[in-house]
Every structure is written in C-alpha cells, then in structure tokens.
Design a binder for this molecule. Structure first.
Ligand code: PMM
Length: 298
C-alpha cells in the first residue's frame, strides 16, 4: 500500500505492480455509473478500496464511455474536488481522472498526487503546465478524440507501433511543458479509439512499449471487449458486473509482462493475482530475472 507521503520523492516503485482503485463520481460511467454519484458514497467507496489494499485511488467526474456527452467544468469540479479533499486529508494517495486543466488544478490543490489524463494532454494542453507547476505525477494515456467520435478513429496499420509513436509525442509535449520526466507514466488506452482486436494485440505486446522509457499503467477492468469475449450464446455481452473474474486474468497477464500498475474497479482479486505473479517471478526458473514494474522503467 502507498500513502500520499510515498509519492513526494517520485513515483513509488514496489516489488509488485501497484493497484489503482477506480472511484467514478459520475451518473453515467459504463462501469459503475451512478453507484458512487454522491460525495459521501464516493468517499465511502474510496475508503473501502483503500482498506482492501488499493495503492492509489483514481477519482473521476467525467464518463468516457463511447458516445458520452461531457459534463460542464463546474459539474466535474463539484463531483471530484470534495471527494479528493476528503480522501487526501486522510493520507490516501489520490489521482484525478480528468482531461481539464481547471479540474487538475483544483484536484492538485485539494491534495491529489497524480493527474490521470486519458487524452495525454491533447484535449486541453494547458493541463501539462498545471501538472508541471505542482510537480505532480502524470499519466499520458493513448487517445485520439473525445468519446462521441473516437471509435471512428480506431484504424491502425500496426496498433502497437502507432500507439507507441503517439505516446512518445505526448511524453515529449509533457517534458517540454516542464513535467518531471521521472513522474511520467504511459497507458495504451484500451478501448479508446481501439477495437477489441486492437486491445488484445496491445495486451499481448506490452513489453514493446518499454522503449518509451517510463512505467506502464493498464486499464482493462470491465471494458466491453471482455463483455463481447464472454458473450452468451445469443451474442448478448456479459454484463459489466460479471466481468471481474476475466479481468483478474488480464491483471495476471499485465503483471507477468511487468507493468507498473493496473487500474481496476475491484481491488482484492487483482491484488491477489499480482501477489501470485510477483512471487512466481521471484523464481528465476519462471521469471525473466527482471523485477516487477520493469517494463518501461527508466
Ligand atoms: N479507462 C477509463 C477511464 N479512465 N484511465 C486510464 N489511465 N486508463 C484507462 O484505461 C481508463 C482511464 C474508462 O472508464 P472507467 O472509469 O469506467 O473504467
């Protein structure tokens, strides 16, 4: 488990991948929309995920599900800031899931240690200067456009190479804006301008992101490519709440490939899987001799 303090010197590196627990304070997220929509419910949920062993909590106030419409800035602020302030004041390491510089600014002022920007700075480039000023950590996720149009851009000759090249550009922009290179993280952005096949290919080739030179975060939890993989005989996708077991398999796959962190809605089973992989990797006959978290680590 990490706390706020352990982020002050740079990104925490544990002997295992970190678990980022998701708290969506939204009425409409595909994964948990409406479940933690009030401030009190979101704070309670965050405390529960932390008690279950989450290393960092990712608080989001904008749904990024395909086709979602964007909240007003004031709405997003009202959703996330009180939750971040409360959890951070308890010493919990908190991340804000936002694409907006105003929200990043308020979240960092309220005690967040990390800005998780699913647009990697493309939606609102001013976010990078805010992160730089605060000396905060920053996740640059691979993204091509806002939710309503992103799936029209799910076209690649080689998805891994194009995602890597586009992420390299996002990292360059961040460093140019003054973000500390030692606090940068990349995320291939499963489901964002990606088909299910693209997601599977990225999940199979994570070590090829290593040349980016920064730690890797992966978010597969509850996503629709799992729903379609596990569809019933009539083709009905597996409901969101019944995709957890499969996601634990994906946590395992990501951990074996040495990612720095996974972003999940349910903590305990993914944390167990990570502990299993980490123990297994300690055995030189089964591991590759590199510590967990080494993919992409500088
Ligand atoms: N996915 C969602 C939202 N934020 N952030 C990162 N870094 N990576 C992701 O894959 C990601 C994200 C999708 O929505 P959810 O909050 O309902 O999981």
């Amino acid at each position: 488990m990490t706390d706020r303090e352990s982020w002050s010197a740079g990104l925490p590196v544990l002997p295992r991948p970190l678990v980022m627990g998701v708290v969506n304070v939204t009425p409409d997220s595909f994964s948990d929309g409406g479940q933690h929509a009030t401030t009190d419910a979101a704070i309670a949920h965050g405390r529960m995920l932390q008690a279950q062993g989450a290393d960092v909590l990712d608080i989001g106030g904008e749904s990024t599900r395909p086709g979602a419409t964007r909240p007003l800035v004031t709405e997003e602020l009202g959703r996330v800031v009180p939750v971040i302030r409360a959890l951070a004041s308890e010493g919990i390491a908190v991340s804000v899931d936002t694409m907006r510089h105003e929200v990043a600014q308020a979240a960092l002022d309220a005690g967040a240690v990390l800005v998780n920007d699913v647009s990697g700075g493309l939606a609102d480039p001013r976010i990078l200067a805010v992160v730089a000023e605060h000396g905060a950590a920053y996740v640059a996720m691979h993204w091509r456009a806002h939710s309503e149009v992103m799936q029209q851009l799910a076209s690649y000759d080689d998805v891994l190479v194009e995602v890597r090249d586009e992420l390299a550009q996002r990292l360059e922009d961040a460093v140019e804006a003054g973000v500390d290179p030692a606090r940068l993280i990349v995320d291939p952005g499963l489901g964002f301008a990606k088909t299910a096949d693209h997601n599977w290919e990225l999940l199979g080739r994570l070590p090829e992101l290593a040349p980016l030179g920064v730690p890797i975060l992966v978010g597969s939890s509850r996503k629709s490519f799992l729903g379609s993989l596990l569809a019933g005989p009539d083709g009905t996708p597996r409901p969101v709440q019944d995709r957890e077991d499969a996601n634990v398999a994906l946590t395992t796959i990501a951990a074996i490939q040495g990612v720095w962190a996974v972003r999940v809605h349910e903590v305990p089973a993914s944390l167990d899987a990570i502990k299993v992989v980490t123990r297994w990797r300690m055995d030189s006959r089964s591991g590759d001799g590199r510590p967990a978290g080494s993919v992409g680590a500088p």
